[in-house]
Design a binder for this molecule. Structure first.
Ligand SMILES: *[C@@H]1O[C@H](CO)[C@@H](O)[C@H](O)[C@H]1NC(C)=O
Length: 122
């Protein structure tokens, strides 16, 4: 049984080709785990994936860069609660999992993707 406290999450997935852009409403209960879906077409093995939450300061809910999660930049509100499905990333699945949902997690989440070419010249 649920306590009846549910929240609404909106996932904006704009990574990759524009035809993949999608926004999805997810309804979940406080205390549960939600998955914000996002699929992209990966162009290299080392993308930077950022999930940010609209209105949050700092707005980073999850940042994946240089092959690992960058904890320092993530908003403390999401500490230990957000992750990607790393084994799915190679398939372009960069969905975000948020566990132990809080009512304050309700809102809009935006996924942005930076694809660098592997041999970028600086
Ligand atoms: C992405 O991975 C998650 C976890 O395995 C899965 O639940 C979800 O369906 C996957 N999404 C796509 C589009 O494959």
């Amino acid at each position: 049984m649920h306590a009846g406290l549910f929240l609404l999450l909106l996932a904006l997935c704009s990574g990759g080709a524009s035809e993949n852009s999608a926004s999805l409403k997810i309804q979940a209960f406080a205390g549960e785990t939600a998955v914000l879906p996002c699929s992209i077409s990966l162009q290299n093995d080392n993308p930077t994936v950022e999930w940010s939450k609209e209105g949050l300061k700092p707005d980073t809910a999850f940042l994946y860069r240089d092959g690992c999660e960058t904890y320092e930049i993530k908003n403390p509100a999401f500490r230990f609660r957000t992750n990607l499905f790393l084994e799915e990333m190679k398939n372009g699945n960069i969905s975000l999992r948020i566990s132990n949902l809080q009512l304050s997690d309700a809102g809009t989440y935006i996924c942005t993707l930076v694809q660098r070419m592997p041999l970028e010249v600086r």
